[in-house]
Design a protein. Structure first.
Length: 209
């Protein structure tokens, strides 16, 4: 074997080893996430891929301060519970409830999403919770969008978590679907304060469709 051939062989071997090591590492990470998914008991609650994407988003969000992850699954109609709050430290599902979407995002199911001012549409992506306040809808929670182009105007658009009478099971029973907000993830007054108190101050919300 010539020196050149040996160099090519060794280079290929090193590249193959590096690729194999990366593949093993990625596989190991997926296994860890899958273990957490099962430990929390999310089978039958949400798809693994949704949890995986949300968890990876949480881990990569530098401004996250709390081991709490909220997942909103806007693929589901508003008649289904699609707002999930997970305590990652205790490894348990703390809340599973209804959430409204924006009036211009769709009827029973949200199909249109926006980051534009006055669109009255829901935004997708990763949010970090911030401070609470009392406003027109009572106890509310401000959100900062950290997904460029998807939701980074959330604070300027006043996208907040708040209570709404139209975000209840009773409203669904009467009208066939939840009422809609101006883009905010509105919750039932029955759980609004408890949810806000748990997720406020630096937890991650992952909104997907």
């Amino acid at each position: 074997m010539t020196v050149k051939s040996l160099f090519v062989f060794l280079s290929a071997l090193m590249l193959s080893s590096a690729v194999t090591a990366k593949t093993v590492e990625e596989s190991s990470q997926i296994n860890k996430i899958e273990d957490k998914y099962h430990t929390i008991g999310l089978e039958g609650v949400m798809d693994f891929d949704l949890f995986k994407d949300a968890y990876e988003a949480y881990k990569s969000t530098d401004t996250a301060k709390k081991p709490v992850l909220t997942i909103i699954d806007y693929k589901r109609p508003s008649t289904e519970k699609r707002f999930f709050v997970i305590d990652l430290e205790k490894e348990e599902l703390a809340f599973e409830t209804y959430v409204a979407h924006g009036v211009n995002s769709g009827g029973k199911t949200a199909t249109e999403f926006s980051n534009i001012m006055s669109s009255r549409q829901t935004s997708l992506g990763v949010f970090v919770t911030n401070e609470t306040y009392y406003g027109n809808h009572g106890y509310s929670l401000r959100l900062d969008g950290v997904s460029d182009g998807l939701n980074d105007k959330a604070r300027d658009r006043h996208i907040v978590v708040h209570a709404a009478d139209y975000a209840t099971k009773e409203f669904i029973n009467k009208h066939g679907y939840l009422g809609r907000s101006w883009g905010c993830p509105a919750l039932s007054p029955e759980v609004n304060k408890e949810v806000i108190d748990m997720i406020k101050g630096g937890s991650v919300i992952y909104a997907s469709a």
